[in-house]
Design a protein around this ligand. Structure first.
Ligand code: ADP
Ligand code: MG
Length: 223
């Protein structure tokens, strides 16, 4: 359902030489499963996630979504893709500190033009029952990440992208977050960027490794 063909990204800084961050990526993804993208700092992980998430433009190549090429996407198609099709989870949670948990989650849904349906059910799913009125500062890091996950799943996306979602958490809390993502991946495609090989081995259905803008290994050969 989701495919990358010869994807390339070159950054052109105002000063200095161009940086070839991705040098030709071919990948196919299924409907569900927990996929890890592994690689050292600078290998191109965030760039790949940003391109797949429609947050940045590709330099060359295409993304194919349910048979439709990104080459034919209008700006509006991209907006729809980002807001209805995808959910994002970041290392630093990206919550609005002044808003309650409930408002943080409902704002995430309203940008898609939908209404938040059952907050109790969603909070239960991430283990935060009864906390809808709390503010982010009244929560631990692990709980904040659960709110961010709740916000991502509340709009019922098909794909969830997470960039180093456990990067700011201690190991035990990180492990719980991965359990939660694993559970979600039974129904959705969950793509997680990390440099933590142990977590990837323990939880991943598939591990794709990047080095210097290229795929150097993939536990599932699909292309
Ligand atoms: P990772 O997430 O694996 O650490 P990135 O995707 O952030 O790697 O970066 C890949 C390469 O692209 C690195 O060499 C980085 O310096 C470069 N890069 C990333 N973003 C930019 C940018 N906006 N402008 C110029 N170079 C960039
Ligand atoms: Mg990164």
């Amino acid at each position: 359902m989701f495919e990358l063909c010869h994807l390339k990204k070159t950054y052109y800084p105002k000063k200095g030489v161009p940086v070839e961050a991705l040098k030709g990526i071919d990948l196919k993804f299924g409907e569900n499963g927990l996929v890890f993208i592994l690689g050292r700092s600078g290998s191109g992980k965030s760039t790949l996630l940003n391109l797949m998430g429609g947050l940045d433009n590709v330099t060359e190549g295409e993304i194919i979504l349910d048979g439709v090429s990104s080459e034919t996407f209008t700006a509006r198609d991209y907006d729809n893709y980002r807001s209805s099709y995808l959910g994002f989870i970041f290392q630093d949670y990206n919550l609005l500190p002044e808003l309650s948990i409930e408002d943080n989650i409902s704002l995430g849904v309203e940008v898609t033009g939908k209404k938040l349906k059952n907050i109790e059910e969603i909070l239960k799913q991430v283990g935060l029952e009864g906390m809808e009125k709390r503010k982010p500062r009244e929560l631990s890091g692990g709980q904040c990440q659960r709110v961010a996950i709740a916000r991502a799943i509340a709009k019922d996306p098909k794909i969830i992208f997470a960039d180093e979602p456990t990067g700011a958490l201690d190991e035990e809390t990180g492990e719980k977050i991965l359990h939660l993502l694993k559970e979600l991946s039974k129904e959705k495609l969950v793509i997680v960027v990390t440099h933590d090989r142990e977590f990837a081995k323990e939880y991943g259905d598939r591990i794709i490794e990047l080095s210097d803008g290229k795929i150097i290994s993939d536990t599932e050969q699909t292309v």
